[in-house]
Design a protein around this ligand. Structure first.
Ligand code: ATP
Ligand code: MG
Length: 296
């Protein structure tokens, strides 16, 4: 629910570290702020994807309003990472988003309720559409990471329900953790959670991010870890904590520079050149993710 806690930083970093084993990795951006899209595609490629309608909002427009049989595959841009690993570009692909997503989501609710569909039916419709697309797409990718906007949208709710794993980046301070219990209650344990027939989301994994050694953060972190003793805990917590590091903010700003002829600047950085001191934290997080997913 909270903004600015490091959701996009986690998706971008994790995608590159997971793809460093040269396994196909897809990032789906569900945020109209399009932060993950700009980090990977850079401004000129993103502009061209938006122009062609090859974005998540373009996909929804085609499928729901224009009745065109567009699939995720038609909108996905391959090879978007600017990182090289052992001389090879990391195999990261992107299903981008754009600011139009906000309008499309509003239109979706407005037009479909006007045509007599209940909100539950709209969520059902989007759930089935995304489920069908993800089951087609997942055959081509080892990992699919979905970057969500702050707050709960229909798309976010549906993707939380469809995900094999839900990561909740959280700054360990009072305001960032304030909504955590209610977020868990709404989707997992409370009355609202039981109102729907749709699949319940997997129990979330809280990732402590932007960690600073302050008294308040130390105290909140200790409180978060106390959840492990609760029977049953409302959420899991990763062992890895991601510190507040300039290297992370800088890495997010490192998009490719395209010259006027469309050529991309080379040589590309390696993972450790791009993520610097934060690379070991991302690698440790990736190991935990793999263990949870595959028990590896
Ligand atoms: N561990 C970190 N250390 C330092 N800066 C960070 C860290 N994680 C994220 N940032 C910076 O904090 C800001 C917010 O991060 P990010 O965009 O990842 O958050 P978000 O949760 O995706 O935000 P939103 O809710 O708006 O989508 C960005 O400027 C990013 O560069
Ligand atoms: Mg974000």
């Amino acid at each position: 629910m909270k903004g600015g806690v490091g959701k996009t930083a986690t998706v971008v970093g994790l995608a590159e570290v997971l793809a460093a084993e040269l396994v196909e990795t897809l990032v789906i951006d569900l945020d109209p702020q399009a932060n993950a899209s700009i980090c990977f595609a850079g401004s000129s490629t993103l502009r061209s994807l938006i122009k062609k309608g090859h974005t998540i909002d373009g996909f929804l427009q085609d499928r729901i309003f224009d009745k065109k049989q567009t699939d995720f595959e038609d909108c996905i841009r391959t090879n978007v990472s600017n990182v090289s690993h052992m001389g090879t570009q990391l195999p990261v692909s992107l299903l981008a988003s754009s600011s139009r997503l906000r309008l499309i989501e509003r239109e979706l609710i407005y037009k479909l309720t006007k045509s007599g569909l209940s909100l539950d039916r709209i969520v059902d419709l989007i759930y089935n559409l995304l489920k069908e697309q993800l089951s087609q797409t997942r055959t081509s990718y080892r990992y699919i990471l979905i970057d969500c906007p702050p707050g709960i949208s229909v798309l976010t709710e549906v993707s939380l329900r469809l995900a094999d794993m839900v990561i909740v980046p959280t700054i360990p301070d009072f305001l960032s953790t304030y909504g955590l219990q209610s977020f868990c209650s709404n989707l997992w344990t409370g009355e609202i959670a039981n109102e729907t027939k749709l699949k319940k989301p997997k129990k979330p994994h809280v990732l402590i991010t932007r960690r600073r050694p302050t008294r308040e953060q130390n105290l909140t972190t200790t409180k978060l870890y106390l959840e492990r003793r609760r029977k049953p805990p409302k959420f899991n917590i990763f062992e890895t904590e991601v510190p507040e590091m300039a290297a992370i903010a800088e890495a997010l700003g490192k998009v490719e520079k395209v010259d006027v002829d469309g050529n991309i600047d080379k040589p590309w950085p390696t993972l450790s050149q791009k993520w610097k001191g934060s690379a070991p934290f991302l690698e440790s997080l990736a190991e935990e993710v793999k263990e949870i997913l595959h028990g590896a």
